[in-house]
Design a protein. Structure first.
Length: 247
C-alpha cells in the first residue's frame, strides 16, 4: 500500500495565490451555468476551459488525475446507466453524455477551487470577505483539514478488507455492495470524530467571546476579480455555444 500524501500545489502558481473566496465564487459561477445549461456542448466547453487552467493551478496533472479518477468513473457510470436504463434512441445517448460531462465539470470546478487553497487562508477569507461567523469559518477549516484523514482511512479500510480476503472479483454488484459498506464505515468514523472535535472545542471555550482574530489578512486584488470575470466569460461562452449549436 502506497503512503497517502495530500495534494500540495506550487505556492507560486496563479490559482494558489488567488483569494479563496474569489476561487469559490468562480467555481460557483461555472456550477450555476452547468446546472442551467442543457445538452453536452456547455459542459464540454467548461471542461476545455478547466483543462486549459491546469498549468496555472500548480498541481501536477498526472497526480490530480490519479486522485480524482473516482469522479471520472462516477461520471461515466451516470452516462452509461442513463443510456442503458432509459428507452432506446439517440436522444437518450445525448442525454447520458450530457449528464456525465456535467457531473465531471461540476466536480472538477470544486476540486480545483479547494485543492489550490490553504485551509487556514480559506477560513480567514470566509470571515473577512464573505463575512461568515467564526463558528462557520472554523467548521469549514476543520472539514477541509479532515479530507486527507478520510482518504487515509478509506485506504486503510480497503487494505483491511484485502487482508481478510474480502474481494468482489469481477462481480459489479458485489463491488458496489463492498464500496457502500466502506463508505458507511467512513461516514460513521467521520461523525464520531466530528463529535469529539466539537466537544474539545467547546471545552476550550471556542465561541465564548463575541469576536475572534484571524491568522492572516486576505485581500481581493485585481487578479482575483480577473479570475471571477474569466469564469463568467467561460460560463457565457459555454451557454452561447450550446445555444448556437442547438444543444
Amino acid at each position: 500500500m502506497s503512503r497517502f500524501t495530500p495534494l500540495r500545489p506550487d505556492p507560486a502558481a496563479l490559482l494558489a495565490r488567488a483569494n479563496p473566496v474569489a476561487k469559490l465564487g468562480a467555481a460557483a459561477v461555472l456550477m450555476a451555468a452547468l446546472f442551467l445549461a442543457p445538452g453536452p456542448i456547455p459542459p464540454a466547453v467548461v471542461l476545455t476551459g478547466l483543462a486549459a487552467s491546469l498549468p496555472f493551478s500548480g498541481l501536477p496533472a498526472r497526480r490530480l488525475l490519479r486522485r480524482t479518477w473516482p469522479i471520472l468513473v462516477a461520471a461515466l457510470s451516470v452516462g452509461v446507466l442513463n443510456v442503458v436504463l432509459a428507452p432506446g434512441g439517440s436522444r437518450d445517448l445525448v442525454t447520458g453524455l450530457a449528464l456525465g460531462l456535467r457531473l465531471l465539470a461540476i466536480a472538477l470546478s470544486g476540486v480545483l477551487a479547494i485543492a489550490t487553497t490553504d485551509p487556514t487562508d480559506l477560513a480567514d477569507s470566509l470571515q473577512q470577505q464573505a463575512r461568515l461567523s467564526p463558528r462557520l469559518a472554523v467548521a469549514v477549516l476543520a472539514a477541509v483539514r479532515m479530507l486527507p484523514m478520510m482518504a487515509i482511512e478509506l485506504q486503510i479500510l480497503a487494505a483491511a478488507r484485502r487482508a481478510r480476503g474480502v474481494s468482489a472479483g469481477w462481480a459489479p454488484i458485489a463491488a458496489a455492495r463492498l464500496a457502500f459498506g466502506m463508505l458507511l464505515a467512513l461516514l460513521v468514523g467521520a461523525v464520531r470524530r466530528a463529535t469529539r472535535l466539537a466537544a474539545a472545542m467547546e471545552a476550550r471555550g471556542f465561541g465564548a467571546a463575541p469576536c475572534r482574530t484571524v491568522a492572516r489578512r486576505q485581500v481581493v486584488g485585481a487578479s482575483d476579480w480577473a479570475l471571477v470575470a474569466g469564469a463568467l466569460l467561460l460560463a457565457v461562452a459555454a451557454l452561447g455555444a450550446g445555444r448556437a449549436l442547438g444543444s
